[in-house]
Design a binder for this molecule. Structure first.
Ligand code: ATP
Length: 275
């Protein structure tokens, strides 16, 4: 399946412990996933199975990691795609890709002896944007309709249960049909990390790096207000590169300060229009 990003396929395992901060998001997600783990009890009580969870938050905050951890937590196969991969020039291709995605997820699960699969769709607003808003572009409508058909068609009697986890930072753009009960009826907010979360994320991304005695991750967290997890991962990596360039055996507090500056500068440059 050509449309699926490199993220697809059999993935390295990620657990909720590998994700820093995001305690509320993790808690809500885990609570929702408990339902999936115990399908028999669910069936007996006549509870409608959970088909979709929407992760809503800014870029780089760990939505992909959360989806991978969800797959791991439920013992599911994992398959990732991005909404933009479904947008094609030719009518019907996007819908066909959606069908293939669901089929491939079930195939991967069967091959790996799993009873369930998690399909992660990043930038779902591209695929599931409000219908009619794309100036009558039939392609988007057909693709979204196919996603709804696939989700509606899932039943607790399927041999492989599929959970769709969508991610967006523009939930206002989503077609209300997607948010109807039985589709993405759980929404989990994924925010930028607070100071405690930043310390945790920095700890995770420096755990295999030699840190000098003068390093206080609390201080780094103080200097990185507004940083996402992805920014903090960059800080840890940039600091290690600086140490390498100086032939230093350890990462010092100064390396980390310079790395923070570098990431801030990088962001500013990115934001200059046309720059
Ligand atoms: P996007 O919306 O841009 O796809 P995302 O929210 O899915 O972003 P991820 O792809 O999960 O973000 O995160 C990118 C990288 O940033 C991760 O591979 C990881 O290195 C780091 N990261 C982000 N958030 C966290 C976190 N909470 N804990 C640890 N690492 C994180």
């Amino acid at each position: 399946f050509a449309g699926i990003s490199k993220k697809a396929g059999e993935e390295q395992l990620i657990s909720f412990e590998d994700i820093g901060g995001q305690d509320i998001a993790k808690g809500e997600l885990q609570e929702a996933l408990e339902f999936i783990k115990d399908i028999e009890r669910l069936k007996n009580l006549g509870i409608r199975p959970l088909k979709g969870i929407l992760l809503n938050g800014p870029p780089g905050t760990g939505k992909t990691l959360l989806a991978k951890a969800a797959a791991c937590f439920t013992g599911s196969a994992f398959l990732a795609a991005s909404g933009s991969e479904f947008v094609e020039l030719y009518v019907g291709v996007g819908a066909q890709r959606v069908r293939q995605l669901f089929k491939q997820a079930r195939d991967i699960a069967r091959r790996n002896n799993k009873k369930s699969a998690v399909i992660f769709i990043d930038e779902i607003e591209v695929l599931g944007g409000k219908r009619g808003q794309n100036s009558g572009h039939m392609e988007y409508d057909q693709t979204l309709n196919e996603l709804l058909v696939q989700m509606d068609g899932m039943s607790e009697n399927d041999d492989i249960r599929v959970l769709v986890i969508g991610a967006t930072n523009r939930s206002d753009m989503l077609d209300p049909a997607l948010l109807r009960p039985g589709r993405f009826d759980r929404q989990v907010k994924v925010d930028l990390p607070d100071k405690k979360g930043r310390v945790k994320i920095l700890e995770l991304h420096t755990r295999n790096k030699p840190l000098a005695e003068d390093v206080l991750l609390e201080e780094v967290a103080n200097d990185t207000f507004g940083f996402s997890g992805a920014h903090l991962e960059s800080v840890a990596n940039e600091a290690a590169i600086l140490a390498f360039r100086e032939n230093a055996g350890e990462i010092t507090a100064q390396h980390l300060r310079s790395a923070v500056e570098k990431v801030i500068m990088g962001e500013k440059l990115d934001r200059i229009p046309g720059g």
